[in-house]
Design a protein around this ligand. Structure first.
Ligand code: FAD
Length: 372
């Protein structure tokens, strides 16, 4: 029977980025239920890096991840990196409360600034009059999420780690100092199990006889529209939070992605877009911009999974109540933009090394696993 120091359950960005950090330091196996890594939430992201996104609790992880993402982490030889400049405009209507956003922008982007209605019109002609102004966040970029995930997996293999797909973890029980693990592709022994199963995090814990933590998977929808309009590729991300929220991201010369910022509680599943959420996305887009739609080309949804109501941030590292069991869960809507920093904290916690420092007064210990 094969034995691994660390078995990571789930080959989304949480599991893959941690495996890339650990491979070469100890023997690592990355297990994935599906045919391919990244099939669930990590394959459904809107793929942007935005420092203010997630507020003050996420900011230190996002800022710390910027340079590694720009440098193509974890590939040392990458020249261009995973980021591509886009910029963002937070749309502000009459009566919208912006104090909290401004406070985060001050920490997030030294170049943030106010944009008046005339300049907003120049960027987004025809935008509804109710948007009186915007707050610009120029540092917002796109992330090549496919490239980043593939690079993590390639790094695992290059450093003699193993990746097995169609290998669902079915159960695990303590066996001496470690675990005896049963998977869809056979039995193995593990020193430590890391639960990086996204929406299935609580289910995986139960399979291992570990108490669940009350993870909260929430469905988010994205629609791809083809428009009778061009030059949209480099459109700044247009985002309106609060009532009737949405974002619009230019995806190609005449295509945009639109999300209604839905956060509907859901069960762990192969999430699909619901027709009512697609209709809401289209309605909000038409009322905000009114740009003629030629076709609804694609629609999809993914589960953004949160640690729970009391803690709006990811949790990584050993579970003090269960020897040999660790977590990398609750990546919410920020799993890619925080991956380098979060995986570094998780790896240090597992290897019992000092936690790496964080910018913006971030405390790495705040992201260690906890039960509320
Ligand atoms: C619409 C949308 C837009 C988003 N936009 C952004 C964005 O712009 N920027 C950003 O940074 N983030 C964004 N996110 C969030 C980001 O995609 C997530 O934070 C991230 O993908 C979560 O990764 P994960 O590895 O935790 O989960 P997943 O990718 O879901 O991976 C978990 C894996 O565990 C596997 N698994 C489950 N149970 C088992 C088992 N028993 N055995 C083996 N394997 C198992 C699953 O099959 C799955 O592949 C977005 C998410 C959505 C849905």
């Amino acid at each position: 029977m094969d034995r691994f120091d660390v078995v990571i359950v789930g080959a989304g960005i949480a599991g893959a980025s941690l495996a890339a950090r650990l491979a070469g330091r100890c023997s690592v196996l990355l297990l994935e239920t599906e045919d391919q890594p990244g099939y669930h939430t990590s394959g459904r992201s809107a793929a942007f890096w935005q420092a203010s996104y997630g507020g003050a609790a996420i900011l230190p992880l996002t800022l710390a991840s910027r340079a590694p993402l720009a440098a193509g982490w974890p590939l040392a030889e990458e020249e261009t990196g995973w980021l591509r400049r886009r910029g963002a405009l937070h749309l502000v209507g009459a009566g919208d409360e912006t104090a909290e956003l401004v406070a985060v922008l001050r920490l997030a982007d030294p170049d943030w600034h106010e944009v008046d209605r005339a300049r907003l019109e120049a960027v987004a002609p025809g935008i509804a009059p109710r948007f009186e102004r915007a707050l610009a966040e120029p540092s917002t970029t796109d992330i090549d999420t496919g490239g980043l995930l593939a690079a993590c997996l390639a790094t695992v293999r290059r450093r003699a780690g193993r990746i097995e797909t169609r290998a669902q973890l079915r159960s695990a029980r303590r066996d001496g100092e470690g675990w005896r693990v049963e998977t869809a592709s056979g039995s193995l022994a593990a020193g430590t199990i890391v639960n990086a199963a996204g929406a299935w995090g609580d289910a995986v814990a139960r399979c291992c006889g570990v108490a669940p933590v009350g993870l909260s998977p929430r469905r988010r929808t994205v629609v791809q529209l083809r428009l009778a309009r061009t030059a949209l590729r480099d459109l700044p991300l247009l985002i309106h939070e609060g009532a009737e929220g949405f974002y619009v991201k230019g995806e190609a010369d005449n295509r945009v992605w639109v999300s209604p910022l839905d956060e509907t509680a859901d069960e762990p599943c192969d999430a699909a877009a619901h027709e009512e959420d697609v209709a809401i996305a289209i309605d909000r887009f038409e009322r905000a911009l009114g740009w003629p739609i030629e076709a609804v080309e694609r629609k999809w949804a993914g589960l953004r999974t949160f640690s729970g109501p009391g803690w709006p941030a990811p949790m990584v590292g050993p579970d003090p109540a269960h020897p040999g069991f660790a977590w990398a869960v609750g990546l919410g809507g920020w799993g890619f933009q925080t991956a380098p920093a979060l995986s570094a904290i998780a790896a240090a916690a597992l290897l019992r090394e000092p936690l790496p420092p964080l910018p913006a007064n971030g405390r790495p210990a705040d992201y260690l696993f906890r039960r509320s």
